[in-house]
Design a binder for this molecule. Structure first.
Ligand SMILES: Nc1nc2c(ncn2[C@@H]2O[C@H](COP(=O)(O)OP(=O)(O)OP(=O)(O)O)[C@@H](O)[C@H]2O)c(=O)[nH]1
Ligand SMILES: [Mg+2]
Length: 398
């Protein structure tokens, strides 16, 4: 600078433009510091979620449902950082929950490094958008979480088509508006949307895809009908295992038939129906089938999609309703299953209630509960417990 004052200034302090700070290493050090404060490292690519529930329902109901949401999230390989429950006097139509609470959640999310909010209540499209815009986080609801789990588990062509169809139908009404909130909305967990159809798709292409998938499903269901026809023609009685997800259905099928279908301590391990033969004395046998697990508030689209699979239950001569006796919420689970059976018009089928995992609770409890429900009790760990169930099946069928 030309004047003397400027000169003097330059002599006493360093020039900002020559200020010697290595910004890169500064930022890196800062990020490392922040990572150290979090339990989970930056390399962990899993989503980190805060689970949120806001409703006018009583608190205990919200807590129960939250427990289940947590299990669902864990089944989906999401890291659960925190849970937030707000009991409301009145629903806030814009964000579902109160604005103040939402702000708290944002701070909490930044603090813990969350990437995702999962709501236990179904959100309408504008709520999802508003919350995503306000929080700058990915926002999904319970239905989408379940859809995501199904998407990750479907193996057969049937299953894949059904799940993708349900995902697209869920997505379609939410496809309004543009921008980042949109991409957050459509990504699903870890971007597990329906394949290549992810972000940039427009509604028309989704509709085309939906009708193509529906056609494919019709063809597949024709094949299924023929399989079913053959099965009914053989005249061998059909016993279908049903029950809440993770109740131990596949484990029981394996134990009864000494086979090895997939068993996992995750919700919705089974999406495809598996059938096995089970032999009884005197040259008699039944076909025993495993099914997709039930859950309360099953997303409507998913229910519709799986109706085809569940229709096979219509042919069953006997249903085994498996209930995990070790689950503290088993009574609600029984209710949910019965509600779904009703929706499927299967309430009148012959049915044996079977409590599973009795090795996990006390003898007294088992005796009490099985008497109350007039049920059988089994443990896959102790095969001797299966005898009584086998006798009951024999009695019902022949
Ligand atoms: N202790 C104990 N654990 C069991 C028993 N039966 C099943 N399990 C466990 O419960 C979990 C769920 O079992 P699955 O057979 O996959 O349950 P499912 O009903 O087929 O579940 P989905 O297919 O996910 O609906 C697994 O970790 C099993 O090992 C049992 O009798 N005792
Ligand atoms: Mg299973």
């Amino acid at each position: 600078m030309p004047n003397s004052a400027g000169k003097k200034y330059n002599e006493t302090s360093s020039d900002f433009y020559r200020y010697d700070l290595d910004f890169c290493s500064f930022i890196n050090a800062l990020e490392e510091e922040m990572d150290r404060m979090r339990v989970i490292g930056r390399d962990d690519k899993r989503e980190r979620a805060i689970l949120v529930s806001a409703s006018t329902k009583p608190k205990y109901e919200l807590q129960d449902s939250m427990e289940e949401l947590k299990e669902l999230a864990l089944s989906s390989d999401v890291i659960v950082l925190d849970t937030v429950i707000q009991r409301l006097k009145e629903i806030n139509s814009a964000y579902l929950l109160g604005e103040g609470k939402l702000k708290e959640i944002v701070i909490n999310a930044m603090d813990k490094g969350a990437t995702l909010l999962i709501f236990d209540q179904d959100l309408n499209p504008s709520q999802i958008r508003a919350i995503a815009e306000t929080t700058e986080l990915k926002v999904i609801d319970r239905s989408q979480l379940i859809l995501d789990i199904f998407a990750g588990r479907a193996h057969s062509r049937d299953g894949k088509v059904q799940v993708e169809l349900a995902q697209l139908k869920y997505m379609l009404p939410r496809l309004t508006g543009k921008g980042t909130a949109m991409s957050r909305l459509m990504g699903g967990i870890g971007g597990r949307g329906p394949g290549e159809m992810k972000l940039e798709i427009d509604r028309r292409r989704i509709r085309d895809r939906i009708s193509r998938l529906q056609k494919e499903l019709e063809i597949l269901s024709e094949a299924r009908k023929q399989r079913k026809h053959r099965r009914v023609e053989t005249g061998i009685p059909i016993v279908s295992i049903i029950g809440y997800t993770n109740a131990g259905k596949s484990t029981l099928l394996n134990a009864l038939t000494k086979s090895s279908t997939i068993v996992e301590d995750k919700m919705f391990a089974t999406l495809d129906t598996a059938s096995r033969r089970l032999r009884f004395p005197k040259e008699r046998e039944v076909i025993i089938t495993d099914t997709v697990g039930f859950i309360r508030d099953l997303p409507k689209d998913l229910m519709a999609a799986f109706k085809a699979t569940l229709e096979e239950l219509e042919d069953a001569d006997l249903l085994l309703h498996i209930v995990d006796i070790s689950n503290p919420r088993f009574e609600q689970q029984i209710e949910s299953v019965e509600k779904i059976l009703k929706e499927l018009n299967l309430s009148d089928k012959q049915k044996i209630m079977v409590f599973s995992k009795i090795d996990m609770v006390s003898r007294d409890e088992v005796d009490n509960i099985t008497q109350r429900y007039d049920a059988e009790a089994v443990s896959a760990i102790n095969l001797e417990t299966l005898g009584s169930l086998l006798k009951a099946i024999e009695r019902y069928i022949w």
